[in-house]
Design a protein around this ligand. Sequence first.
Ligand SMILES: [Zn+2]
Length: 204
Amino acid sequence: MLNSTWSQTALIVVDFQNDFCPGGSLAVPQGDEIYPVVQDLINDFQDHDRPIVLTRDYHPFNHVSFKKRGGPWPDHCVQGTQGAEFFPQLRVPPSAAHFLKGYLEDVDAYSGFEGRLAANGSITEVTLASWLGSHDVKRLYITGLATDYCVKATAMDATSAGFDTTVITNGIKGVNVSPHDSDQALHEMQERGVHLMEWPISHG
Ligand SMILES: [Zn+2]
């Protein structure tokens, strides 16, 4: 990117967790293949000293979204399990901000904007929108899993909240319960003013 475009820009990495990658309980097909793009984005934003946000699904074992409670999904991203951890190769800078969502038993959340900042081992009341505002962020680049759920929800909320929002097309993968869900999601995002961009990997 041009130097001027880095100002007021932050990166959001959505739910790049073991349970959403192949071998996980709610695996997104080829979800692991976004790794080089996600890592390159993190490295570039770190190099430019720009804010990096990572969201995680972080459910209690008896979460309302689980099939055993009548929800749509198998158990996934349960607090304290490997499934809730980041993709193992991911190198997360110490300065990154962590937002957790779906951490209450009876509340589900797809969008990172429904999350709360985790700091010093506890979940605070700080919302993503307020955190971004306090860091003077106006532009967002979004990558992660899954295109048709949490990436879409996060991008829709971002643009609704007034952020200039770009989704990195080679840094996302979809669940595709129906074959065209991801295409449909991208179309809906564009209609709402979200930009789509392929990220040129610079670090190899
Ligand atoms: Zn979930």
